[in-house]
Design a protein around this ligand. Structure first.
Ligand SMILES: Cc1cc2nc3c(=O)[nH]c(=O)nc-3n(C[C@H](O)[C@H](O)[C@H](O)COP(=O)(O)OP(=O)(O)OC[C@H]3O[C@@H](n4cnc5c(N)ncnc54)[C@H](O)[C@@H]3O)c2cc1C
Length: 197
């Protein structure tokens, strides 16, 4: 971008920078040394509404777009923080927004926007399945009583699971051999991590 072109996201940059300035480099270095999680920083971002940037206004978010969300993440990284501590809140929410029912959106999104619940995690990758997610081996089969699913499988690389209340889980509900298109027959489950042992 030429240097004299006004940045249409300057207002967002200024506001995020002001918040980030409250958490100087020493804060992030200390957390890193302790192998900790920047709780106070993530909470401040949530309270200011930045992690709900892409949640539509009718569900309590700001209704901004991907470009604005990217600017928020960029400013976090520029400030010496690490957006990896919280970016899952944005992209996992998008799965819910795109594929969730109206009742699910009404249930989860306002609480995610307010910070009451964190949706920071997704369980997609498996020990033997990476880029080609259509080959996942994890299955979800309806129980005999029909009121729940029984999930069997193994997931790896579940980032931020210990800092999240909910996890998005990808499982096969129809075997690969029985679907016309390999991307069919997979379902998303919302897993309440607070009930996990
Ligand atoms: C820091 C980190 C955090 C992560 N967090 C999560 C998480 O929270 N949840 C989660 O589910 N997963 C997570 N992952 C897993 C990540 O999404 C997987 O690593 C990714 O899907 C790739 O899978 P893989 O490592 O098995 O590589 P593979 O799929 O085996 O790929 C190996 C190599 O082959 C290349 N390749 C693969 N297929 C093709 C193709 N068709 N054509 C050309 N090249 C190809 C790839 O680019 C790669 O270089 C995380 C990974 C990292 C590194």
């Amino acid at each position: 971008m030429p240097m004299n072109t006004p940045d249409q996201y300057q207002d967002i940059r200024d506001a995020v920078r002001a918040l980030c300035a409250q958490f100087p480099g020493e804060y992030h270095r200390r957390i890193d040394e302790e192998r900790g999680y920047p709780e106070a920083f993530v909470n401040a971002l949530t309270e200011a509404g930045w992690l709900a940037a892409m949640i539509p206004t009718e569900y309590g978010g700001s209704g901004l777009g991907l470009a604005e969300a990217t600017v928020v993440m960029e400013e976090i990284n520029r400030s010496g923080g690490n957006s990896g501590a919280c970016h899952g809140q944005m992209y996992n929410m998008s799965t819910l927004l795109r594929h969730g029912s109206e009742a699910q959106k009404q249930l989860y999104l306002p609480k995610i926007a307010s910070g009451e619940w964190r949706l920071q995690s997704m369980g997609v990758t498996e020990p033997s399945t990476g880029t080609d997610t259509t080959k996942i081996k994890t299955t979800a089969v309806k129980s005999a009583s029909g009121d729940r699913y029984v999930v069997n499988g193994q997931k790896v690389w579940i980032s931020r699971i210990q800092h999240s209340d909910w996890m998005i889980l990808l499982a096969r509900t129809t075997p690969l051999a029985e679907v016309k298109k390999k991307s069919e027959g997979m379902s998303i489950f919302m897993v309440d991590l607070r009930q996990a042992e």
